[in-house]
Design a protein around this ligand. Structure first.
Ligand code: SF4
Length: 291
């Protein structure tokens, strides 16, 4: 949106509604980005159309007084639409046990799930048990996981985790947050993935880069620290939705609400979202709703 231009507030008489037709000057002003959505624009997705994608059709403002982005009705409408769009969303990391999921999640830091899914079948075929991993030296595992990045730290974490499971948990992945957090390489995000996806235990909300970005765009949090974001989400989202919400938002972040150029014209949450970096909008933009 061009800087330095503030759209007029509609007048009480409704005169403003006709201003685009009224004068050439007003026409030009509105053509710069403040006109109401055109019928054709609504019907046609704007993603991929360079000039159109740059346009935000809603006006920019601070969130109005009294607006509550975490009002239960708004949150439940967001959840309802996510359920409808992503009814079967689940973890994209391939795994056959809690241990395999734990290892895959450790390897997925700063790496795509597709890459991890190429690496894990190789290492689980080579080292089929937790015990086999515990007996390794990091240098032995490093070449097999090199392509996932940060492979030295990841090798130490995976082997450290295997040793901890052998020494303290009878070779089994524990099923409580406190115990999982004692394992090398495991923080709340990894623990939440394992608890939610494998054990179906909702002890928190997975906050990865997608959840972090989209929670801020949707004004469900103002924080940028993942631990605080998780606390905020746990406050506003009903517990029975914690597991599904994370999976759905991660899918949404990959498919539509991407970091650089979100595909707002295709988004099921469009008219509930006031994000400052929307590429297309039928509602007011809130300056503070930033990723
Ligand atoms: S409208 Fe755009 S910014 Fe908002 S959630 Fe959808 S894709 Fe993301």
């Amino acid at each position: 949106m061009p800087r330095g231009i503030t759209p007029r507030q509609p007048s009480r008489s409704g005169r403003q509604d006709k201003v685009a037709k009224a004068t050439p000057r007003a026409k030009a002003r509105f053509a710069k980005g403040f006109s109401a959505p055109k019928k054709s624009a609504k019907a046609t997705p704007l993603a991929g159309r360079k000039s159109a994608a740059k346009k935000t059709l809603g006006k920019t403002a601070a969130a109005p007084k009294g607006y509550n982005p975490v009002a239960p009705e708004r949150v439940s409408e967001i959840l309802r639409r996510l359920d409808k769009r992503y009814p079967d969303a689940t973890c994209a990391l391939h795994h056959k046990s809690a241990w395999e999921l734990l290892v895959a999640t450790i390897l997925s830091a700063q790496c795509t799930d597709a890459r991890v899914n190429m690496v894990t079948p190789v290492i689980f075929a080579k080292y089929p048990t937790v015990e086999a991993f515990a007996a390794l030296k990091p240098e032995e595992l490093e070449p097999d996981i090199r392509s996932t990045g940060f492979f030295r730290n990841k090798a130490k974490s995976v082997i450290g985790a295997a040793r901890k499971l052998m020494s303290d948990f009878g070779g089994e992945v524990p099923r409580t947050m406190d115990e999982l957090l004692q394992i090398p390489g495991v923080a709340r995000k990894t623990a939440n993935v394992v608890l939610g996806t494998w054990f179906k235990i909702a002890d928190g909300v997975v906050v990865d880069t997608h959840v972090q970005r989209i929670a801020r765009r949707l004004e469900l949090t103002k924080n940028d620290n993942p631990l605080k974001i998780e606390q905020d989400l746990m406050r506003v989202i009903p517990r029975e939705k914690w597991i599904a919400f994370s999976h759905q938002i991660i899918h949404h972040g990959r498919a539509i609400c991407i970091a650089r150029k979100p595909k707002c014209a295709e988004c099921p949450l469009e008219n509930l979202c006031h994000a400052a970096d929307k590429t297309w909008s039928t509602v007011e933009i809130h300056k503070s709703a930033k990723p």
